[in-house]
Design a protein around this ligand. Sequence first.
Ligand code: HEM
Length: 418
Amino acid sequence: MSQATRPSDLDGIDLSDLDFWGRPLSERHEAFARLRLHPPVFFDEVDMGPVPAGPGYYALVRHADVVEASRTPSVFASEPSAVSIPDMPQEFNEFFGSMINLDDPRHARMRRIVSRGFTPRMLARLEDGVQRIAEEIVDELLEKGPCDFVTEVAARLPLVVICEMMGIPESHRAMVFENSNVVLAGADPEYLGRDPDVAVHRLLTAGGELAGLLSELAGRRREQPTDDLTSALVNANIDGESLTDQEIGSFFILLAVAGNETTRNAISHGLKLLTLHPGQRELWWSDFEAHAATAVEEIVRHASPVTWMRRTVTRDHEMNGRLYRAGDKVVLYYASANRDETVFTDPDRFDVTRSPNPHVGFGGPGPHFCLGAHLARREITVMFRELHRRVPGIRSTGRPQRLLSDFVNGIKSLPCAF
Ligand code: HEM
């Protein structure tokens, strides 16, 4: 469907236009509600400086389409890229070509190896660390008083957890934090500047620094293994499988990006939601443990920290009444599927007791379903438990400063008081 033949109620909606993503969230949700009334709409891509415009993409905005595409990976492939709509130049693959952008059999091999870091035993070991870090964050918050919730609280937990998991020394954490911000900056000029060539350079430099850090660490762990994940990944297991230095580097970049910003944004949105909905806060706080599991799922659904993933169609295929051609790009809008009124009653309502809650905030069912979903749920739960226990009156006191990005629903800063 070209722009010209599009139904008039979709006028003014262009998902390829960065301005669309800078509009208030309520306008964004209203636009997706209108898109959901129609079969998947085709959008043109725009020229992004060094990356030329591609052929365009279908926006999958309904829950049924997102779920179906996720569980049909032989047709809806993650190669050549799931995380960018244009096909990125080859030089990006060295740093950003990890498993999220791979299909089987390469994806399955990589997922098998890295899953060693996410076994219940590994997660149980991390648990103590998550609790300790959350306690330290709240200790410092109480000392500090009113402050920026993102920097002082939400951003710290996921970063420290991933660094501890991989065995990154404390002295390198600030560098990991800054570089992962650059990688996930979307189009926000604060991190990437306004010149596309400069942006590409910054991205590749950030990727190179993160990969370099891991390559050095991998070398050390090969000689002298410890009980961290880097040691488990570089040293072959019983099937003789291990990762090369380059694979470790790009996997770490994926973790630093996939596990950091996402969880940070879920926690920041969580505080904003609890502030805007005092009745829901009261309900959760009245019996924290009874509502924790559903409240955390609802934060992830409502916030949808990851807005979309892309798939590329491998062969002609009909899905839910629409024919897709080999080579077509489709973009799975989780943020829209999570408000699909045919699946969620009163989808805009924030309801800490919502059940069932079949949201796709961690991806749809399929081989790429978020590897860190359990860990993320733990982190969000532990952080809010600690806040509930020691700073129950915490609230956001001003508007969040949002990240300009179509890809992540980011909050750069959020003033808080208690
Ligand atoms: C609230 C927090 C999080 C959200 C909303 C989130 C969301 C997602 C989404 C939407 C995907 C893509 C699914 C798909 O393509 O079908 C994904 C994949 C992934 N996530 Fe998460 N994530 C979160 C936290 C984490 C954490 C804490 C980690 C690790 C420390 C992590 C590691 C990964 C990895 C490695 C993948 C790629 C899996 C694959 O390709 O097989 N994520 N996540």
